[in-house]
Design a protein around this ligand. Structure first.
Ligand code: GTP
Ligand code: K
Ligand code: MG
Length: 370
């Protein structure tokens, strides 16, 4: 073991021994912050020594990008081919896929980019087995499909752990925390909503990162871990869900066992599929569409009828600005106002600006300067 690993182990042990309460929260905060910092440095160092690597250049396309993450040979390439009609190489040995292979799935009017990548292994977050390149692709995705198979379904938490270590936070919104360093004045802490962390906890966590002066704003309920994430930065927040492949290889009882176990552990039923035969793959397509959180927006030209045949597919948190960018590169610059009919406004034909948030099935007219 290296000195670094010893140090990590020591802090982890101490954390395990310490019971969380009002009196220990400050100490625990400091230990966690220290641990996070050491880990982050270790990852940065490992990634640097993994070389400057070309990286995989994949251009994002379509309405959203889904990446298939799984151990070697769980059937990622087989699934890509089944979903998109691509021809990514399939074989019975590990690391058949050595680059990123993109395909397009067309479903319910949406064009969804699916990325097949090399298998992820334990240690990937530290650069093992092309981890550096693979993680970079995963971090840029809109949705992660975690693929296991009936032999290793129980180990998907190893994958989850690697994603976590690589700064990827799945299935949680980005905590609303602002830390603005200042020249003096100590730590000033403000809340919108509950007092989620006390000033002593915040102070000791920041001190661990040598931040002695800062304005901190916390909105809503956040944990110590969230706060440490915000301090270290470099985290991404991505939705994810699980599918288990090769269900054709086991009996109904084993299938049900795996399904039950994963549901209990992750709070959501995994999709039980056979990429090879196509079993449940249509259901999985629906799942991808839902987890991407798509919604439909209908465009109505000024003075004309709305096009109710072909909706524009956008992410459910989209604003008018997002829609403008999708329609034409000049629309944001030339934007005057938009008119909306639908659930996001109080009355029909209401005028809104670029930052207005849309709802599913809104009808939108965009008015620009010439
Ligand atoms: N029985 C069965 N075999 C499958 C299924 N899906 C894939 N396979 C087989 O599993 C093996 C690995 O499939 P791949 O698609 O190459 O797996 P991969 O995850 O892309 O593998 P790497 O690129 O090496 O990480 C191949 O022999 C496939 O034919 C399935 O649903 N059922
Ligand atoms: K393979
Ligand atoms: Mg493959």
């Amino acid at each position: 073991m290296s000195g670094l690993e010893d140090e990590i182990k020591e802090i982890e042990d101490e954390l395990q021994r310490t019971v969380y309460n009002k009196a220990t929260s400050k100490h625990i905060g400091r230990l966690k912050a220290k641990l996070a910092k050491i880990r982050d440095e270790a990852v940065q160092r490992a990634m640097k020594s993994a070389g400057s690597g070309e990286g995989y250049s994949v251009k994002k396309s379509g309405d959203g990008t889904v990446v298939l993450v799984g151990f070697p040979s769980v059937g990622k390439s087989t699934l890509l081919n089944q979903l998109t009609g691509q021809e990514s190489e399939v074989a019975a040995y590990a690391f058949t896929t050595l680059t990123v292979v993109p395909g397009i799935l067309e479903h319910k009017g949406a064009k969804i980019q699916i990325l097949d990548i090399p298998g992820l292994i334990a240690g990937a977050a530290m650069g093992k087995g092309r981890g550096k390149e693979v993680i970079a692709v995963v971090r840029s995705a809109d949705l992660i499909l975690i693929l296991g198979d009936v032999y290793n379904g129980r180990h998907v938490d190893v994958l989850m752990r690697e994603l976590y270590d690589a700064g990827i936070r799945i299935n949680k919104p980005k905590p609303d925390i602002t830390i603005k360093k200042s020249g003096n004045g100590g730590i000033r802490l403000n809340y919108v909503g509950d007092e989620a962390l006390d000033i002593e906890e915040v102070r000791s966590i920041l001190a661990e990162n040598k931040i002695m002066n800062a304005d901190v704003l916390i909105r809503g309920n956040v944990s110590q871990d969230d706060f440490i994430d915000a301090m270290i930065g470099n985290r991404v927040y991505i939705p994810a869900f699980i599918a288990i492949n090769k269900v054709d290889l086991v009996d109904a009882k084993t299938r049900a066992e795996i399904e039950g176990e994963l549901t209990e552990r992750f709070g959501e039923k995994p999709y039980m599929i056979s990429a090879h035969s196509g079993y449940n793959v249509d259901t999985l397509k629906d799942g991808i569409y839902e987890h991407l959180g798509f919604m439909r927006v209908y465009m109505k030209p000024l003075g004309g009828p709305a096009d109710m045949e072909e909706p524009l597919i956008v992410r459910s948190d989209s604003t008018i600005e997002d829609v403008c960018r999708r329609l034409h590169r000049d629309f944001v610059d030339k934007f005057r106002y938009a008119k909306i009919w639908g659930k996001s406004v109080k009355h029909d034909a209401q005028r809104v600006g670029l930052q207005h948030k849309l709802k599913d099935r809104d009808i939108v007219t965009i008015v620009t300067r010439f």
